[in-house]
Design a protein around this ligand. Structure first.
Ligand code: NAP
Length: 202
């Protein structure tokens, strides 16, 4: 398969890329580095990326940002950061990209545990994660040419726990191989419209 991994040089993305590249052809997308330069907050950039790559079988997005902060300090513009990046960035990868994917191809998006188990200062991140879950379930009913779509929702991963441990007291970090398996299940499996949760229900 030819797999495009947006965010494939990031903390999770580089692990996922190194796994898939053993068996498949992978291309990494990012704003600053990668085989293809793309900014998912800009629909024109997404369009040019798809124009520049032929024969894509799978798009995996492990990118997208949202602003963290106390709710009473969050401005409207602060919320738009997550809406433009993590939410509409990923929606636009599908909205524009489904016409470019090979028949039987797949999209795999990324959210996180905050959709189900929010913590303080994460209203925006939790909101966009929940929105993406609903989007994936709904759009899976309409994608043509046997194109599938799933979303991997992980807890805080082992490689990031130092950065986030104060925000997630008592959280059991998710082993990197478990997270990789979420992406593997989506890309190499047959399921669609699935929220692949990589954490215990707590
Ligand atoms: N780390 C965790 O524990 C964890 C857990 C659950 C969910 N998540 C989610 O998983 C995603 C990746 O997390 P991470 O920790 O791996 O992040 P990371 O280390 O910051 O990596 C993010 C990657 O995405 C790229 N990127 C960011 N914004 C982009 C944009 N607008 N357009 C194109 N590429 C962009 C970055 O590359 P450039 O800077 O070159 O663009 C970078 O390679 C995030 O959405 C995060 O919320 C993370």
């Amino acid at each position: 398969m030819k797999i495009l991994i947006i965010g494939g040089n990031g903390t999770i993305g580089k692990r996922v890329n190194s796994h898939f590249s053993k068996k498949h052809e992978t291309l990494v997308g990012g704003r600053k580095s990668g085989d293809v330069i793309v900014d998912i907050t800009d629909h024109k950039s997404i369009q040019s990326m798809y124009e520049s790559i032929a024969n894509i079988d799978a798009v995996v997005c492990i990118a997208g940002e949202a602003k963290w902060g106390p709710f009473d300090a969050m401005t409207e513009e602060d919320f738009y950061i997550g809406l433009r990046s993590k939410l509409m960035g990923q929606v636009n990868l599908v909205r524009i990209g489904h016409k470019y994917l090979n028949s039987g191809g797949s999209f795999t998006l990324t959210t996180g545990i905050l959709a189900d188990h929010p913590v303080e200062c994460a209203t925006s991140a939790a909101m966009v994660n929940g929105g993406i879950h609903s989007f994936v379930k709904a759009v899976s009913l309409e994608l043509k040419n046997e194109i599938r779509i799933n979303v991997v929702s992980s807890g805080v991963v082992e490689d990031s726990i130092e950065k986030y441990e104060d925000s997630f007291p008592g959280h059991n970090p998710i082993p990197m191989n478990k997270v990789i398996n979420g992406y593997k299940k989506s890309v190499e499996g047959k399921g669609t419209g699935e929220i692949i949760r990589m954490y215990d229900n707590s």
